[in-house]
Design a protein around this ligand. Structure first.
Ligand SMILES: NC(=O)c1ccc[n+]([C@@H]2O[C@H](COP(=O)([O-])OP(=O)(O)OC[C@H]3O[C@@H](n4cnc5c(N)ncnc54)[C@H](O)[C@@H]3O)[C@@H](O)[C@H]2O)c1
Length: 325
């Protein structure tokens, strides 16, 4: 029997704090060598892009594959979203697909969770810090939620090119998090923040990295193609650079590929994978002046760990529909 979970089902059981715990364990497995994480496979039918993201976490007993498609003409032609995702969760003992769940909300929460874990490990410790969020879309909202789980945040600042997106973000997230959120009039106004998340669709740098304060922690989650970047060379150069995966960063992240190819930083500027910080193999922040930077490309291990969590909680709550396929 296969359990089917729609977006509302997933949202009703998926909590950021629990997702952060699951994602942290997944990164620890990646670092310990007990995760199987093949590179994502891409197929390009005429109208779009289809990505297959499989992963297996041995200790967590999580085996899953996410299917994500990006079809730019979907909204105008078929009244469907551009990006559609579903996760197939398998029983590692039998291989059978035990659950098929909506992957959109899950992706946003697991992406937030990775930044939450990075913030917990790398940001300065003190309470009352200010969060700054570039972008006001789906991912940006989850970034702020995660940062608020990792640190006691006193205020947030958001900047988006779309005033409407920023206004919606403020209305929704200030109510959800019971937090004061203000709109920045320019990227510079946001740089007073202590913890910055970049979660935009921009292919070019969002701010002048020379203007970032000492001691800032940054989570960079947008722009994951070799020619696109949200972060300029200056901020990458000034930062201790931690990535979700070294392989993914050097294959997908323009934020580091562009300055390395330009000879502005050596490849060795990549300091550590997040799993190496979690396991304690490499130290994270060593003083309050350091700028730490976590670059997230999005890994299938995050999906597998989160899908397992959602499935177990859905079973416990008795939600979803079960079908014989
Ligand atoms: N790292 C990961 O695991 C992961 C996972 C999912 C999505 N993403 C990426 O996250 C990014 C955001 O995705 P989303 O689903 O929230 O998209 P979205 O379209 O909902 O929101 C993106 C927002 O960025 C804003 N924006 C674009 N350029 C900007 C700029 N220069 N300054 C400020 N705001 C700007 C847009 O106006 C828009 O509101 C995308 O690049 C996506 O590919 C990363």
């Amino acid at each position: 029997m296969t359990l089917i979970l729609n977006k509302a089902d997933v949202a009703s059981v998926l909590d950021m704090k629990e997702c952060m715990n699951a994602v942290e364990l997944a990164f620890a497995e990646l670092s310990a060598g007990t995760a199987v994480l093949p590179l994502r496979t891409a197929i390009t039918p005429p109208d779009g892009l289809s990505l297959y993201m499989p992963a297996y976490l041995k200790k967590m007993e999580a085996l899953a594959c996410k299917v994500v498609t990006v079809y730019k003409n979907n909204p105008s032609k078929y009244n469907l979203p551009t990006t559609i995702g579903k996760v197939l969760l398998q029983d590692p003992l039998t291989g059978d697909v035990v659950c098929i769940m909506n992957g959109g909300y899950l992706t946003a929460v697991r992406t937030g969770a990775a930044s939450g874990v990075a913030t917990k490990l790398l940001a300065r410790e003190e309470e009352g810090q200010v969060a700054g969020i570039f972008g006001a879309g789906v991912q940006a909202k989850m970034q702020l939620w995660a940062v608020c789980e990792a640190r006691k945040i006193s205020k947030a600042i958001v900047f988006d090119l779309s005033q409407q997106a920023a206004d919606t973000f403020i209305a929704e997230m200030s109510a959800k998090l019971n937090l004061e959120i203000i709109k920045a009039g320019s990227p510079e106004e946001l740089l007073v923040a202590d913890i910055i998340c970049t979660a935009t669709s921009s292919a070019t740098p969002l701010f002048d990295g020379n203007k970032v304060k000492e001691g800032t922690h940054i989570n960079g989650i947008g722009s994951h193609t070799p020619n696109a970047r949200e972060l300029d060379t200056a901020i990458v150069k000034r930062s201790k650079f931690i990535g979700d995966s070294k392989e993914a960063c050097f294959k997908e992240a323009g934020d580091i590929i562009i300055p390395v190819n330009a000879g502005e930083i050596p490849e060795s500027h990549f300091y550590a994978e997040l799993g190496e910080i979690i396991s304690g193999r490499k130290p994270g922040r060593v003083n309050d002046r350091e700028i730490t930077l976590f670059k997230s490309n999005g890994l299938a291990i995050q999906d597998a760990a989160t899908a397992k969590l959602v499935y177990e909680k859905a079973i416990a709550a008795g939600i979803g529909i079960t079908v014989e396929i």
